[in-house]
Design a protein around this ligand. Structure first.
Ligand SMILES: *[C@@H]1O[C@H](CO)[C@@H](O)[C@H](O)[C@H]1NC(C)=O
Ligand SMILES: *[C@@H]1O[C@H](CO)[C@@H](O)[C@H](O)[C@H]1NC(C)=O
Ligand SMILES: *[C@@H]1O[C@H](CO)[C@@H](O)[C@H](O)[C@H]1NC(C)=O
Ligand SMILES: *[C@@H]1O[C@H](CO)[C@@H](O)[C@H](O)[C@H]1NC(C)=O
Length: 353
């Protein structure tokens, strides 16, 4: 009798502990609000081939779902994976406390004017001393200021967009911060409380609006998620004047790449087979459910190896466009077979050379 009651109490305590931990820990969250190691979303363009969509529906991927899932939510509501993940930044507790570091960055921030000179990069960081997430995405004017609540810009509806969220232990933030210095992101809302200054001096500089010194023009760093999944971050500063895909990443990965980026007419770099490893422009995407669209309406930036053996996928910041040779930016690459398969199989047509 006594033992049974004790067991019951213990059960209640454990349940309580686990649920409070999982609802307050800083982590990427899936469509149901549960912690996940990583997720990717692919927001569909409004203009598809022979079809006009809402501009707010999206496909969702993480390791447990395995393949692209059509989301039941719209990206302009705070339901869904991005809203669930960013929620602590909008409820106020986290951004007003001094126990976490955060940064919203975007070369095209919401409301504010565009300022030249920053890296072409967009994302959100939120960490406490234990762990946090890095969400990198392609959506201009997003996310909204913390005090405004979760808002999705109407300008972000027209084109396709991607977002990658990865949950990392705190020690990985030190590496992420080091990488961000090369890109020189425009931090429009951020906080690096005093207790973090010793660990993250350069992040604090970026947050204050100053530009940390660099000793080289590019950098590669391995990052490991909380579940031990390897991601490789490639970053370049504005001083490395080249197409990041052709001039650098394809050669380092030793793989021919199929590249999906937003290329404005007259500014695009053609498929390029001059160097040992080639980069070829994707022109048309076919997502599951016969969602077919032209790259012209896709603002996302990603690439996959042409050959299945190389099994690499990268998501990032830069378009294959002449003007962006002179911009800071980066790519996060993964060798995960689920991610590779999801992206490789949607390549419907690319331009070889
Ligand atoms: C989201 O976007 C759709 C399509 O443009 C629109 O009908 C809907 O009202 C929007 N919802 C919110 C909460 O903004
Ligand atoms: C956070 O730190 C700032 C500056 O040191 C201080 O003014 C503020 O009261 C602190 N806030 C909390 C919630 O501790
Ligand atoms: C975010 O940045 C905007 C523009 O500078 C500013 O108006 C707003 O108060 C900032 N919010 C926070 C929480 O720092
Ligand atoms: C291919 O890319 C390399 C590296 O960016 C560049 O030096 C070369 O000029 C390009 N070749 C062509 C034909 O555009």
């Amino acid at each position: 009798m006594m033992a049974a009651r004790l067991r019951f109490c213990l059960h209640v305590i454990i349940l309580f502990l686990c649920c409070t931990v999982s609802s307050s820990e800083i982590t990427c969250r899936n469509e149901a609000g549960e912690p996940v190691d990583w997720f990717i979303i692919y927001k569909l363009p409004r203009y598809k081939i022979e079809e006009v969509g809402s501009g707010v529906d999206y496909m969702y991927l993480d390791s447990s779902v395995g393949t692209w899932q059509k989301s039941q939510f719209m990206v302009n509501t705070s339901q869904g994976a991005i809203g669930n993940t960013l929620n602590p930044l909008y409820t106020g507790k986290v951004y007003k406390s001094n126990s976490s570091v955060y940064a919203f960055y975007n070369d095209a921030p919401p409301v504010l004017d565009y300022i030249q000179g920053y890296g072409h990069t967009k994302g959100v960081l939120l960490f406490d001393r234990s762990q946090g997430f890095w969400l990198s995405h392609s959506i201009p004017h997003f996310p909204s200021f913390p005090e405004r609540g979760y808002l999705y810009p109407s300008s972000g509806k027209v084109n396709g967009q991607t977002a990658l969220c990865v949950t990392y232990q705190y020690d990985q933030l030190l590496r992420i911060a080091k990488q961000l210095v090369y890109i020189y992101p425009r931090f429009y809302n951020c906080s690096v409380p005093t207790v973090f200054l010793a660990d993250l001096p350069q992040l604090a500089q970026l947050c204050e609006g100053s530009k940390p010194q660099l000793t080289s023009d590019k950098s590669v760093e391995q990052l490991f998620s909380t579940q031990g999944e390897k991601f490789v971050s490639f970053v370049k500063s504005e001083h490395f004047v080249d197409d990041i895909y052709t001039g650098w990443v394809a050669q380092v990965l030793d793989a021919d790449l199929l590249v999906e980026t937003w290329q404005r007419q007259g500014h695009e770099l053609p498929s390029n087979c001059s160097l040992p490893k080639h980069t070829m422009n994707i022109k048309r995407i076919r997502l599951p459910g016969s969602v077919l669209f032209w790259s012209h309406y896709d603002h996302s930036k990603w690439c996959v190896s042409r050959a299945y053996e190389d099994q690499v996928t990268c998501l990032g910041d830069l378009n294959r466009e002449k003007a962006q040779l002179w911009r800071g930016g980066g790519l996060v690459c993964s060798f995960n077979p689920v991610i590779y398969k999801a992206f490789r199989q949607v390549v419907d047509w690319y331009i070889g050379c």
